[in-house]
Design a protein around this ligand. Structure first.
Ligand code: PMP
Length: 430
Protein backbone atom coordinates (compact mmCIF):
# COMPACT_ATOMS: atom_id res chain seq x y z
CA UNK A 1 0.00 0.00 0.00
CA UNK A 2 1.22 3.47 -0.84
CA UNK A 3 1.81 5.89 1.98
CA UNK A 4 0.07 9.28 1.61
CA UNK A 5 0.98 10.79 5.03
CA UNK A 6 2.54 13.99 3.70
CA UNK A 7 -0.38 14.64 1.34
CA UNK A 8 -2.85 14.07 4.17
CA UNK A 9 -0.99 16.55 6.37
CA UNK A 10 -0.76 19.16 3.60
CA UNK A 11 -4.47 18.75 2.83
CA UNK A 12 -5.43 19.28 6.47
CA UNK A 13 -3.46 22.51 6.59
CA UNK A 14 -4.86 23.72 3.23
CA UNK A 15 -8.43 23.20 4.47
CA UNK A 16 -7.84 25.95 7.05
CA UNK A 17 -7.22 28.47 4.29
CA UNK A 18 -9.19 27.42 1.20
CA UNK A 19 -12.73 26.01 0.97
CA UNK A 20 -12.31 22.27 0.61
CA UNK A 21 -8.53 22.82 0.77
CA UNK A 22 -8.38 23.47 -2.97
CA UNK A 23 -8.73 26.18 -5.60
CA UNK A 24 -10.98 24.14 -7.92
CA UNK A 25 -13.54 21.70 -6.51
CA UNK A 26 -12.96 18.36 -8.28
CA UNK A 27 -9.32 18.44 -7.10
CA UNK A 28 -10.55 17.72 -3.55
CA UNK A 29 -11.44 14.05 -4.33
CA UNK A 30 -14.54 14.57 -2.14
CA UNK A 31 -16.79 12.55 -4.46
CA UNK A 32 -14.43 9.57 -4.45
CA UNK A 33 -14.09 9.70 -0.68
CA UNK A 34 -10.36 10.18 -0.41
CA UNK A 35 -7.76 12.85 0.26
CA UNK A 36 -6.15 14.49 -2.78
CA UNK A 37 -2.50 13.97 -3.59
CA UNK A 38 -0.27 17.00 -3.30
CA UNK A 39 2.11 17.08 -6.24
CA UNK A 40 5.80 17.87 -5.97
CA UNK A 41 6.85 17.69 -9.61
CA UNK A 42 6.26 16.21 -13.03
CA UNK A 43 8.38 15.17 -16.00
CA UNK A 44 7.05 13.78 -19.27
CA UNK A 45 4.24 11.30 -18.62
CA UNK A 46 4.90 11.05 -14.87
CA UNK A 47 4.14 13.01 -11.71
CA UNK A 48 5.49 12.58 -8.19
CA UNK A 49 3.54 13.39 -5.02
CA UNK A 50 5.04 14.85 -1.84
CA UNK A 51 5.29 11.36 -0.31
CA UNK A 52 7.60 10.31 -3.14
CA UNK A 53 5.03 8.11 -4.96
CA UNK A 54 5.16 8.30 -8.76
CA UNK A 55 2.27 7.93 -11.19
CA UNK A 56 1.64 7.76 -14.91
CA UNK A 57 -0.47 10.89 -15.34
CA UNK A 58 -3.54 11.04 -17.59
CA UNK A 59 -4.99 14.22 -16.05
CA UNK A 60 -2.18 16.35 -17.50
CA UNK A 61 -3.43 19.45 -15.68
CA UNK A 62 -6.96 18.68 -17.05
CA UNK A 63 -5.77 18.77 -20.63
CA UNK A 64 -3.20 21.52 -21.28
CA UNK A 65 -0.02 19.40 -21.14
CA UNK A 66 -0.14 17.77 -24.56
CA UNK A 67 3.69 17.62 -24.52
CA UNK A 68 3.72 16.16 -21.00
CA UNK A 69 5.20 17.80 -17.91
CA UNK A 70 8.17 20.16 -18.09
CA UNK A 71 8.82 19.74 -21.81
CA UNK A 72 12.44 20.82 -22.42
CA UNK A 73 11.61 23.36 -25.14
CA UNK A 74 8.71 24.89 -23.24
CA UNK A 75 10.80 25.18 -20.07
CA UNK A 76 13.76 26.85 -21.79
CA UNK A 77 11.50 29.25 -23.73
CA UNK A 78 9.80 30.24 -20.47
CA UNK A 79 13.11 30.70 -18.68
CA UNK A 80 14.34 33.00 -21.43
CA UNK A 81 11.04 34.96 -21.45
CA UNK A 82 10.98 35.35 -17.65
CA UNK A 83 14.43 36.95 -17.66
CA UNK A 84 13.02 39.76 -19.84
CA UNK A 85 10.22 40.64 -17.39
CA UNK A 86 6.95 38.97 -16.60
CA UNK A 87 4.37 41.50 -17.83
CA UNK A 88 4.20 44.93 -19.44
CA UNK A 89 0.53 45.73 -19.99
CA UNK A 90 1.53 46.90 -23.48
CA UNK A 91 1.49 45.03 -26.79
CA UNK A 92 4.25 42.56 -27.66
CA UNK A 93 4.99 40.76 -30.92
CA UNK A 94 4.42 37.47 -29.10
CA UNK A 95 0.66 38.08 -29.12
CA UNK A 96 0.56 38.42 -32.91
CA UNK A 97 2.83 35.39 -33.30
CA UNK A 98 0.49 33.23 -31.22
CA UNK A 99 -2.59 34.64 -32.99
CA UNK A 100 -1.03 33.84 -36.40
CA UNK A 101 -0.26 30.30 -35.30
CA UNK A 102 -3.80 29.78 -33.98
CA UNK A 103 -5.39 31.06 -37.21
CA UNK A 104 -3.08 28.81 -39.24
CA UNK A 105 -4.28 25.77 -37.25
CA UNK A 106 -7.96 26.79 -36.84
CA UNK A 107 -8.78 28.97 -39.89
CA UNK A 108 -12.33 29.86 -38.78
CA UNK A 109 -10.70 32.00 -36.09
CA UNK A 110 -10.08 34.98 -38.36
CA UNK A 111 -9.60 37.43 -35.48
CA UNK A 112 -9.26 36.74 -31.79
CA UNK A 113 -8.70 38.08 -28.30
CA UNK A 114 -6.42 36.44 -25.74
CA UNK A 115 -7.70 36.05 -22.18
CA UNK A 116 -6.44 34.14 -19.13
CA UNK A 117 -8.90 31.24 -18.78
CA UNK A 118 -11.54 29.23 -20.59
CA UNK A 119 -14.17 30.83 -18.37
CA UNK A 120 -13.22 34.29 -19.58
CA UNK A 121 -13.20 33.10 -23.19
CA UNK A 122 -16.76 31.72 -23.12
CA UNK A 123 -18.10 34.56 -20.97
CA UNK A 124 -16.71 37.10 -23.45
CA UNK A 125 -17.97 35.14 -26.46
CA UNK A 126 -21.49 35.13 -24.98
CA UNK A 127 -21.38 38.88 -24.32
CA UNK A 128 -20.15 39.45 -27.87
CA UNK A 129 -22.92 37.28 -29.32
CA UNK A 130 -25.52 39.20 -27.30
CA UNK A 131 -24.03 42.56 -28.27
CA UNK A 132 -23.78 41.61 -31.94
CA UNK A 133 -27.29 40.22 -32.28
CA UNK A 134 -29.02 42.58 -29.77
CA UNK A 135 -30.69 39.49 -28.28
CA UNK A 136 -30.47 38.05 -24.74
CA UNK A 137 -31.30 34.35 -24.84
CA UNK A 138 -28.64 31.68 -25.22
CA UNK A 139 -28.91 27.93 -25.59
CA UNK A 140 -26.61 25.42 -23.92
CA UNK A 141 -26.73 21.65 -23.54
CA UNK A 142 -27.27 19.69 -20.35
CA UNK A 143 -23.96 18.30 -19.08
CA UNK A 144 -21.82 20.65 -21.19
CA UNK A 145 -19.55 22.88 -19.11
CA UNK A 146 -18.34 26.25 -20.28
CA UNK A 147 -16.62 27.62 -17.18
CA UNK A 148 -18.15 29.38 -14.21
CA UNK A 149 -19.65 32.62 -15.52
CA UNK A 150 -23.25 33.22 -14.41
CA UNK A 151 -25.10 32.66 -17.69
CA UNK A 152 -23.34 29.34 -18.28
CA UNK A 153 -23.63 27.74 -14.83
CA UNK A 154 -27.00 26.25 -15.68
CA UNK A 155 -27.40 22.45 -16.00
CA UNK A 156 -23.63 22.21 -16.32
CA UNK A 157 -21.23 19.27 -16.36
CA UNK A 158 -17.80 18.86 -14.75
CA UNK A 159 -17.76 19.82 -11.03
CA UNK A 160 -21.49 20.62 -10.99
CA UNK A 161 -22.26 17.14 -12.28
CA UNK A 162 -19.72 15.59 -9.92
CA UNK A 163 -21.31 17.26 -6.90
CA UNK A 164 -24.88 17.00 -8.20
CA UNK A 165 -25.64 20.72 -8.44
CA UNK A 166 -27.91 21.76 -11.33
CA UNK A 167 -27.50 25.50 -11.23
CA UNK A 168 -25.25 27.26 -8.75
CA UNK A 169 -26.84 29.34 -6.00
CA UNK A 170 -25.82 32.92 -6.69
CA UNK A 171 -26.77 32.88 -10.36
CA UNK A 172 -29.51 35.55 -10.66
CA UNK A 173 -32.73 33.88 -11.77
CA UNK A 174 -33.26 36.42 -14.54
CA UNK A 175 -29.94 35.37 -16.04
CA UNK A 176 -30.72 31.67 -15.68
CA UNK A 177 -34.08 32.41 -17.33
CA UNK A 178 -32.27 33.56 -20.47
CA UNK A 179 -30.23 30.33 -20.64
CA UNK A 180 -32.31 27.65 -22.37
CA UNK A 181 -31.07 24.10 -21.90
CA UNK A 182 -31.60 21.05 -24.09
CA UNK A 183 -30.31 17.46 -23.77
CA UNK A 184 -27.08 16.88 -25.72
CA UNK A 185 -27.45 15.18 -29.11
CA UNK A 186 -31.23 15.84 -29.03
CA UNK A 187 -32.06 16.97 -32.58
CA UNK A 188 -35.82 17.22 -32.03
CA UNK A 189 -35.31 19.04 -28.72
CA UNK A 190 -33.21 21.80 -30.25
CA UNK A 191 -35.58 22.16 -33.20
CA UNK A 192 -38.47 22.70 -30.77
CA UNK A 193 -36.52 25.37 -28.86
CA UNK A 194 -35.82 27.28 -32.08
CA UNK A 195 -39.39 26.99 -33.23
CA UNK A 196 -40.54 28.71 -30.05
CA UNK A 197 -37.67 31.14 -29.36
CA UNK A 198 -35.65 31.48 -32.60
CA UNK A 199 -35.84 35.28 -33.07
CA UNK A 200 -34.76 35.85 -29.43
CA UNK A 201 -31.73 33.54 -29.43
CA UNK A 202 -28.35 35.29 -29.54
CA UNK A 203 -26.28 32.11 -29.65
CA UNK A 204 -26.03 28.39 -29.21
CA UNK A 205 -22.90 27.35 -27.32
CA UNK A 206 -21.85 23.72 -27.54
CA UNK A 207 -18.94 21.42 -26.79
CA UNK A 208 -18.82 19.71 -30.22
CA UNK A 209 -17.16 16.80 -28.47
CA UNK A 210 -18.36 16.95 -24.90
CA UNK A 211 -15.65 16.35 -22.32
CA UNK A 212 -17.29 17.49 -19.10
CA UNK A 213 -19.58 14.50 -18.60
CA UNK A 214 -16.85 12.11 -19.70
CA UNK A 215 -16.19 12.05 -23.45
CA UNK A 216 -19.36 12.10 -25.55
CA UNK A 217 -18.98 13.03 -29.22
CA UNK A 218 -21.73 15.13 -30.76
CA UNK A 219 -23.37 13.34 -33.66
CA UNK A 220 -22.89 14.80 -37.14
CA UNK A 221 -26.65 15.24 -37.49
CA UNK A 222 -26.87 17.11 -34.19
CA UNK A 223 -24.05 19.54 -35.00
CA UNK A 224 -25.27 20.03 -38.61
CA UNK A 225 -28.70 20.84 -37.19
CA UNK A 226 -27.20 23.47 -34.86
CA UNK A 227 -25.40 25.07 -37.79
CA UNK A 228 -28.56 25.19 -39.89
CA UNK A 229 -30.93 26.41 -37.15
CA UNK A 230 -28.60 29.22 -36.02
CA UNK A 231 -28.00 30.38 -39.59
CA UNK A 232 -31.75 30.42 -40.35
CA UNK A 233 -32.59 32.32 -37.12
CA UNK A 234 -29.78 34.88 -37.33
CA UNK A 235 -28.22 33.44 -34.14
CA UNK A 236 -24.52 32.68 -33.70
CA UNK A 237 -23.04 29.21 -33.32
CA UNK A 238 -20.26 29.09 -30.73
CA UNK A 239 -18.07 25.98 -30.59
CA UNK A 240 -16.52 25.75 -27.14
CA UNK A 241 -13.27 24.01 -28.00
CA UNK A 242 -11.51 24.90 -24.74
CA UNK A 243 -11.02 21.17 -24.27
CA UNK A 244 -11.42 19.66 -27.75
CA UNK A 245 -9.21 22.26 -29.48
CA UNK A 246 -5.75 20.77 -30.23
CA UNK A 247 -7.00 17.62 -28.45
CA UNK A 248 -9.76 15.87 -30.42
CA UNK A 249 -7.72 16.68 -33.53
CA UNK A 250 -4.89 19.05 -34.41
CA UNK A 251 -7.32 21.40 -36.17
CA UNK A 252 -10.03 21.00 -33.54
CA UNK A 253 -13.37 19.21 -33.49
CA UNK A 254 -14.60 21.60 -36.19
CA UNK A 255 -12.20 19.95 -38.65
CA UNK A 256 -13.60 16.50 -37.87
CA UNK A 257 -17.20 17.58 -38.54
CA UNK A 258 -16.43 20.03 -41.37
CA UNK A 259 -18.51 22.72 -39.67
CA UNK A 260 -17.50 26.36 -39.48
CA UNK A 261 -18.79 27.97 -36.28
CA UNK A 262 -19.23 31.75 -36.06
CA UNK A 263 -17.16 31.94 -32.88
CA UNK A 264 -14.76 29.49 -31.23
CA UNK A 265 -13.40 29.45 -27.70
CA UNK A 266 -10.04 27.87 -26.91
CA UNK A 267 -8.06 27.25 -23.71
CA UNK A 268 -5.97 24.56 -22.06
CA UNK A 269 -3.44 23.38 -24.75
CA UNK A 270 -3.36 26.88 -26.29
CA UNK A 271 -1.39 28.05 -23.23
CA UNK A 272 0.78 24.94 -22.87
CA UNK A 273 0.21 24.91 -19.08
CA UNK A 274 0.11 28.68 -18.59
CA UNK A 275 -3.16 30.60 -18.17
CA UNK A 276 -4.46 31.34 -21.68
CA UNK A 277 -7.93 31.38 -23.19
CA UNK A 278 -8.95 32.65 -26.61
CA UNK A 279 -12.23 33.72 -28.17
CA UNK A 280 -12.37 34.45 -31.84
CA UNK A 281 -14.03 33.80 -35.16
CA UNK A 282 -15.67 35.79 -37.92
CA UNK A 283 -13.93 39.11 -38.51
CA UNK A 284 -17.22 41.04 -38.91
CA UNK A 285 -18.31 39.84 -35.47
CA UNK A 286 -14.95 40.30 -33.71
CA UNK A 287 -14.78 43.90 -34.97
CA UNK A 288 -17.58 44.70 -32.50
CA UNK A 289 -15.08 44.34 -29.62
CA UNK A 290 -13.68 47.50 -27.98
CA UNK A 291 -11.93 49.69 -29.08
CA UNK A 292 -13.07 49.01 -32.70
CA UNK A 293 -16.62 48.37 -31.52
CA UNK A 294 -18.50 48.84 -28.28
CA UNK A 295 -18.78 45.33 -26.78
CA UNK A 296 -16.44 45.63 -23.83
CA UNK A 297 -13.55 43.30 -23.21
CA UNK A 298 -10.29 43.92 -21.32
CA UNK A 299 -7.68 42.20 -19.11
CA UNK A 300 -4.63 43.32 -17.09
CA UNK A 301 -2.81 40.08 -17.89
CA UNK A 302 -4.48 39.29 -21.25
CA UNK A 303 -1.74 38.39 -23.74
CA UNK A 304 0.81 38.15 -20.94
CA UNK A 305 4.29 37.44 -22.39
CA UNK A 306 4.92 34.32 -20.30
CA UNK A 307 1.50 32.91 -21.17
CA UNK A 308 2.05 33.66 -24.88
CA UNK A 309 5.45 31.95 -24.70
CA UNK A 310 3.90 28.86 -23.07
CA UNK A 311 1.38 28.70 -25.91
CA UNK A 312 3.81 29.39 -28.75
CA UNK A 313 6.48 26.95 -27.59
CA UNK A 314 3.77 24.28 -27.32
CA UNK A 315 1.84 24.91 -30.56
CA UNK A 316 5.11 25.19 -32.52
CA UNK A 317 5.86 21.56 -31.69
CA UNK A 318 2.48 20.19 -32.84
CA UNK A 319 1.75 18.75 -36.28
CA UNK A 320 -0.60 16.28 -37.99
CA UNK A 321 1.85 13.41 -37.68
CA UNK A 322 2.17 13.82 -33.92
CA UNK A 323 -1.64 13.61 -33.65
CA UNK A 324 -1.67 10.38 -35.63
CA UNK A 325 0.79 8.88 -33.17
CA UNK A 326 -1.01 10.16 -30.06
CA UNK A 327 -4.37 8.96 -31.39
CA UNK A 328 -2.92 5.49 -32.06
CA UNK A 329 -1.60 5.37 -28.49
CA UNK A 330 -5.01 6.40 -27.14
CA UNK A 331 -6.69 3.66 -29.19
CA UNK A 332 -4.25 1.04 -27.88
CA UNK A 333 -4.97 2.15 -24.32
CA UNK A 334 -8.77 2.19 -24.52
CA UNK A 335 -8.89 -1.15 -26.32
CA UNK A 336 -6.78 -2.60 -23.49
CA UNK A 337 -9.09 -1.08 -20.88
CA UNK A 338 -12.17 -2.48 -22.59
CA UNK A 339 -10.59 -5.95 -22.77
CA UNK A 340 -9.60 -5.76 -19.08
CA UNK A 341 -13.17 -4.84 -18.05
CA UNK A 342 -14.65 -7.58 -20.24
CA UNK A 343 -12.27 -10.16 -18.76
CA UNK A 344 -13.52 -9.17 -15.29
CA UNK A 345 -17.22 -9.05 -16.24
CA UNK A 346 -17.47 -5.35 -15.47
CA UNK A 347 -19.97 -3.51 -17.72
CA UNK A 348 -18.13 -0.64 -19.38
CA UNK A 349 -18.51 1.81 -22.25
CA UNK A 350 -15.27 3.40 -23.44
CA UNK A 351 -15.16 6.57 -25.56
CA UNK A 352 -12.19 8.27 -27.19
CA UNK A 353 -11.58 10.93 -29.81
CA UNK A 354 -8.00 11.90 -30.66
CA UNK A 355 -6.19 12.36 -27.35
CA UNK A 356 -9.36 12.52 -25.18
CA UNK A 357 -10.64 9.34 -23.53
CA UNK A 358 -12.97 8.21 -20.76
CA UNK A 359 -14.87 5.19 -19.58
CA UNK A 360 -18.27 4.76 -17.97
CA UNK A 361 -19.17 1.87 -15.66
CA UNK A 362 -22.33 1.47 -17.65
CA UNK A 363 -22.98 -1.23 -20.21
CA UNK A 364 -25.38 0.79 -22.38
CA UNK A 365 -25.02 3.53 -24.97
CA UNK A 366 -23.84 6.84 -23.53
CA UNK A 367 -24.98 9.76 -25.69
CA UNK A 368 -26.14 12.40 -23.20
CA UNK A 369 -26.09 13.41 -19.56
CA UNK A 370 -29.00 11.16 -18.54
CA UNK A 371 -27.06 8.16 -19.92
CA UNK A 372 -23.93 9.20 -17.97
CA UNK A 373 -25.95 9.45 -14.77
CA UNK A 374 -26.88 5.79 -15.11
CA UNK A 375 -23.20 4.87 -14.53
CA UNK A 376 -22.03 3.14 -11.36
CA UNK A 377 -20.30 5.98 -9.49
CA UNK A 378 -19.80 3.86 -6.36
CA UNK A 379 -17.78 1.33 -8.36
CA UNK A 380 -15.92 4.23 -10.00
CA UNK A 381 -14.85 5.62 -6.60
CA UNK A 382 -13.44 2.25 -5.48
CA UNK A 383 -11.76 1.68 -8.82
CA UNK A 384 -10.20 5.14 -8.91
CA UNK A 385 -8.53 4.55 -5.54
CA UNK A 386 -7.20 1.18 -6.71
CA UNK A 387 -5.71 2.84 -9.80
CA UNK A 388 -3.83 5.27 -7.54
CA UNK A 389 -2.45 2.29 -5.62
CA UNK A 390 -1.31 0.87 -8.96
CA UNK A 391 0.47 4.14 -9.82
CA UNK A 392 -2.06 5.47 -12.33
CA UNK A 393 -3.38 9.03 -11.92
CA UNK A 394 -6.70 9.55 -13.73
CA UNK A 395 -9.49 12.11 -13.42
CA UNK A 396 -11.16 11.60 -10.01
CA UNK A 397 -14.72 11.65 -11.40
CA UNK A 398 -16.91 9.73 -13.80
CA UNK A 399 -17.88 13.12 -15.27
CA UNK A 400 -14.43 14.14 -16.51
CA UNK A 401 -12.04 13.32 -19.36
CA UNK A 402 -8.58 11.76 -19.37
CA UNK A 403 -5.90 12.74 -21.84
CA UNK A 404 -2.84 11.41 -23.70
CA UNK A 405 0.45 13.26 -24.21
CA UNK A 406 3.23 12.97 -26.77
CA UNK A 407 5.50 11.70 -23.96
CA UNK A 408 3.48 8.61 -23.01
CA UNK A 409 5.37 5.56 -24.25
CA UNK A 410 4.01 2.21 -25.41
CA UNK A 411 5.49 0.83 -22.20
CA UNK A 412 3.49 3.39 -20.16
CA UNK A 413 0.34 2.28 -21.94
CA UNK A 414 0.97 -1.42 -21.48
CA UNK A 415 1.79 -0.81 -17.80
CA UNK A 416 -1.49 1.11 -17.51
CA UNK A 417 -3.49 -1.73 -19.05
CA UNK A 418 -1.86 -4.15 -16.60
CA UNK A 419 -2.72 -1.76 -13.75
CA UNK A 420 -6.38 -1.68 -14.90
CA UNK A 421 -6.45 -5.49 -14.82
CA UNK A 422 -4.96 -5.49 -11.31
CA UNK A 423 -7.39 -2.79 -10.16
CA UNK A 424 -10.39 -4.78 -11.46
CA UNK A 425 -9.07 -7.83 -9.57
CA UNK A 426 -8.64 -5.82 -6.38
CA UNK A 427 -12.08 -4.17 -6.50
CA UNK A 428 -13.94 -7.35 -7.49
CA UNK A 429 -12.20 -9.44 -4.82
CA UNK A 430 -12.11 -6.72 -2.16
N1 PMP B 1 -15.10 25.19 -21.57
C1 PMP B 1 -14.78 23.88 -21.56
C2 PMP B 1 -15.26 23.00 -22.66
C3 PMP B 1 -13.99 23.37 -20.53
O1 PMP B 1 -13.68 22.07 -20.53
C4 PMP B 1 -13.55 24.24 -19.51
C5 PMP B 1 -12.70 23.74 -18.35
N2 PMP B 1 -12.63 22.41 -18.13
C6 PMP B 1 -13.91 25.58 -19.57
C7 PMP B 1 -14.68 26.03 -20.62
C8 PMP B 1 -13.47 26.55 -18.52
O2 PMP B 1 -12.09 26.77 -18.60
P1 PMP B 1 -11.27 27.28 -17.33
O3 PMP B 1 -11.32 26.19 -16.31
O4 PMP B 1 -9.90 27.54 -17.88
O5 PMP B 1 -11.92 28.53 -16.85
Amino acid sequence: MKNFDNSKKAFKEAQGYMPGGVNSPVRAFKNVGGDPLFIKQGKGSHIEDIDGNTYIDYVLSWGPLILGHADDQVVSALQAATAKGTSYGAPTELETQLAKKIREIVPSVEMMRMVSSGTEATMSAIRLARGFTHRDKIVKFIGNYHGHSDSLLVDAGSGLATFNINTSPGVPKDLAYDTLTVPYNDVEGIKAVFEKNGPEIAAVIVEPIAGNMGVIPGTQEFLDTLRQLTTDAGSLLIFDEVMSGFRAAYHGAQSLYHIKPDLTTLGKVVGGGLPVGVFGGRRDIMEHITPDGSVYHAGTLSGNPLAMTGGLSTLNQLNDNLYKKMTAKTTRLVEGIKAAADAHDVPITVHHVGTMWSYFFNGGDVNNFADVQASDVAYFAKFFKQLLQQGIYTAPSQFETNFMSSKHTTQDIDDTIQAFNDAFDAVNNG
